[in-house]
Write a protein of this length. Structure first.
Length: 128
């Protein structure tokens, strides 16, 4: 982070440099995707990340859960984060036998969770 603090810094560096800085972290596909993503953001979006799920999911290395996390955590937007644990709980709730959470009802439930207002008196860690 210290050597490549912005998306512009990352997209300007050669992939070999990014991989060298990633040394010791493992799973080098993430470093490659991160670099490709930065290049796409700089080239196609003038250095600004898309502000919606579809735009984020179109970037290299960003799937549904990561797009939801970016919107929720970095952009302060209500968006579902359907990671494996949430999908398993929803799959059990809906009686999906394989537990993979791939049926529409599970995905729909996850989206509903993100748009349901918080109950009065509930706690949240979201900054306002």
């Amino acid at each position: 982070m210290a050597q490549l603090p912005t998306v512009e810094d990352l997209c300007r560096r050669p992939e070999d440099t990014v991989l060298h800085l990633w040394t010791g972290l493992g799973y080098y596909a993430r470093a490659r995707n991160l670099h490709r993503c930065a290049k796409r953001v700089c080239d196609a979006h003038d250095g600004v990340f898309p502000q919606d799920l579809e735009g984020l999911e179109a970037l290299p290395g960003i799937g549904r859960s990561t797009a939801g996390a970016i919107l929720s955590l970095a952009m302060d937007t209500r968006a579902p984060i359907l990671d494996g644990n949430v999908k398993r709980v929803l799959a059990r709730y809906h009686g999906v036998a394989d537990g993979q959470g791939s049926v529409p009802s599970v995905t729909h439930s996850g989206r509903m969770l993100s748009t349901t207002p918080l109950a009065l008196g509930s706690r949240t860690t979201r900054r306002r």
